[in-house]
Design a protein around this ligand. Structure first.
Ligand code: GTP
Length: 562
């Protein structure tokens, strides 16, 4: 955060000030209405619901923003209105005392006014999550030349930045000055048989962190493994190490499950309360959008695509329950978690409100940590469910239908922005022979490896899908077909260098790819067809190559796939 960025406290104080500044006008308006309504019983009855809403929302906002006295007075007003014959005397007194409290708060200097708010929120600053790059910084500390050569080769194939150290002292100093994303550490060095794990233990103590580390050891016995676990290591490989297995372990260690911040839509007719809850969630690293009119919620759902909806139960025009029902009636939002917010403490009423299929009920004023964890828990569960529906279970890449949907959306956007994209269809060569010779498990390993390679080497914003068995499709955003061809050819070259092991055998694999480009091909289907034809050509011309759809076919090449 930049030094000039306002802190959570600054932002909360701004909200409180705005609330106090706007209170006189709200009070004056309702007091005038109240006085006019005294002329007749019908007019009084007509004003009833508005007056009730005024006190109720003032109570909720007052509590949320920490103005306890205002909340208490509003509660007295609401209680009086709930009587069979509301006491005009009590309501009048509440108006007068609210005006006095407002004047008292207004007369306080800004700083004191903030302090007058009782439930000031203390939040440990949450580190702003930066979007992780896919390229990782790996420290390899190992003094065995043969093994190092192989590991460096594979780590670089996967696009990682690798720094190699032959001795533990140089490694130690490097970690102090720059933390890597993962460490691969040999256990045995001339300084001692466990010098590697000892170095990791000292570093963990010194830094107070648990550095992500995988150790390589000549011994697979229980005690060696136990000492590695005690040194805080995440992985243990016995020599000779299969480089590919190690790469997948590094990948697992350094790939966060989901680094997209959670998205929350807050619907509350009180802008200050909505802003307050948004602040608390943003502070915890979430992306929040606020809506003050329930009628705007559907459009916001469509545009913002949240992971969770936080709804005030008590809103004019349309209650939270009604809004939840409207949303639930739309198939695309059936699974969206909804949390109600209300100052209602009656558990019976809370229970009946939950019949609309909401996930939870949180009472205002919220306890900030409770709000954050309630939202996080439910939103993350939805993310997991969504991911099961949209991703291929073996590779974690998008499945066929999600890939097509995402590409169509990206093209619609590209039409509006006038940008270019390229599509690559990738197919592993002679894959049937891999299965037949080395078995299906070895074949799966090849598919997983290519998926990881695509994920680590392409951009986060690119769309990568498993289209079918050993066929992949990638939308490379914002690049020409020539650039896409260079990128995919780089991957082709590196993939061909990966050593696969099955039983006692070693083997290598290659792939062929066809590239097409948007807007030359203006739709998902025509892009796919064009990339497919280029892939067909790549296969026909001998495989292990990349062909772009614009390359001239002097031989009058047929356009059907093999
Ligand atoms: N191990 C494994 N094999 C799969 C999977 N999905 C599809 N396959 C196999 O992939 C093979 C694809 O073979 P073909 O389409 O004939 O093509 P190919 O042998 O790769 O030959 P070319 O594409 O012409 O280079 C079939 O034998 C499928 O059974 C999978 O998830 N795992």
């Amino acid at each position: 955060m930049s030094p000039s960025a306002p802190s959570l406290h600054d932002k909360l104080n701004q909200l409180r000030q705005r609330f106090i500044e706007q209170l006189p006008a709200r009070l004056q308006h309702i007091t005038e209405q109240w006085q006019q309504s005294r002329a007749s019983t019908e007019a009084e009855a007509r004003l009833g619901p508005e007056l009730h809403r005024f006190f109720h929302s003032l109570k909720g906002t007052g509590r949320s923003l920490g103005f306890e006295r205002i909340a208490l007075l509003a509660d007295q007003g609401e209680t009086a209105l709930n009587e069979p014959t509301p006491s005009a005397h009590v309501i009048e007194r509440v108006f007068v005392q609210l005006a006095e409290e407002q004047q008292r708060l207004q007369s306080l200097p800004g700083q004191q006014r903030a302090l007058a708010a009782l439930n000031s929120v203390e939040f440990a600053p949450t580190p702003i999550k930066t979007r992780s790059k896919r390229q990782r910084l790996i420290y390899l500390c190992d003094d065995e030349p043969d093994q190092v050569g192989q590991l460096l080769h594979h780590l670089r194939c996967f696009g990682h930045e690798v720094v190699h150290f032959e001795d533990t002292d140089a490694f130690f100093n490097a970690v102090i000055s720059r933390r890597p994303d993962a460490i691969i550490m040999d256990v045995q060095f001339p300084q001692g048989n466990t010098a590697g794990t000892e170095t990791l233990t000292s570093l963990n103590k010194l830094t107070g962190e648990r550095l992500p580390a995988i150790v390589l050891s000549a011994h697979g016995d229980f005690h060696s493994r136990l000492s590695a676990v005690r040194a805080g290591c995440n992985g243990y490989f016995t020599k000779p190490v299969k480089p590919l297995d190690l790469m997948l372990a590094v990948d697992e260690l350094t790939t966060p499950l989901d680094d997209e911040p959670l998205r929350v839509l807050v619907v509350d007719d009180e802008p200050e309360v909505a802003a307050y809850h948004a602040l608390l969630l943003e502070q915890a690293g979430m992306v929040v959008q606020q809506v003050n009119h329930p009628s705007d919620a559907l459009t916001a759902l469509e545009r913002f695509s949240p992971d969770l909806l936080l709804v005030d139960v008590y809103m004019p025009v349309c209650s939270g329950e009604e809004l939840a029902n409207i949303i639930r009636q739309q198939p695309e939002h059936v699974g969206l978690p909804i949390i109600y917010l209300s100052s209602e403490t009656d558990s019976q009423k809370q229970l009946s409100a939950m019949t609309a299929g909401v996930e939870a009920f949180i009472t205002k004023p919220v306890v900030p940590e409770e709000l954050v964890s309630a939202v996080q828990l439910r939103a993350e569960r939805l993310r997991l469910l969504r991911s099961l529906m949209t991703r291929d279970s073996m590779t974690g890449l998008y499945n066929h239908s999600t890939t097509t949907d995402l590409i169509s959306k990206a093209l619609a956007q590209a039409h509006r922005d006038n940008t270019q994209h390229a599509m690559a269809m990738i197919d592993i060569d002679h894959f049937k022979a891999v299965n037949d010779t080395h078995g299906h498990l070895a074949g799966d390993q090849v598919i997983i490896t290519l998926s990881r390679l695509l994920k680590t080497r392409l951009r986060m914003s690119d769309i990568i899908g498993r289209y079918g068995g050993e066929e992949f499709v990638v939308l490379l955003k914002g690049v020409s077909d020539e650039r896409a061809s260079e990128l995919i050819d780089g991957l082709r070259h590196d993939f061909a260098q990966v050593d696969f092991h099955a039983g006692g055998a070693h083997f290598r694999c290659t792939f062929s790819a066809g590239i097409s480009s948007f807007p030359i091909q203006p739709s998902t289907e025509s892009l796919r067809l064009s990339a497919d034809q280029a892939l067909y050509r790549a296969k026909h011309q001998g495989r292990n190559q990349v062909v772009t759809s614009t390359e001239q076919d002097d031989d009058g090449f047929p356009t059907a796939r093999l």
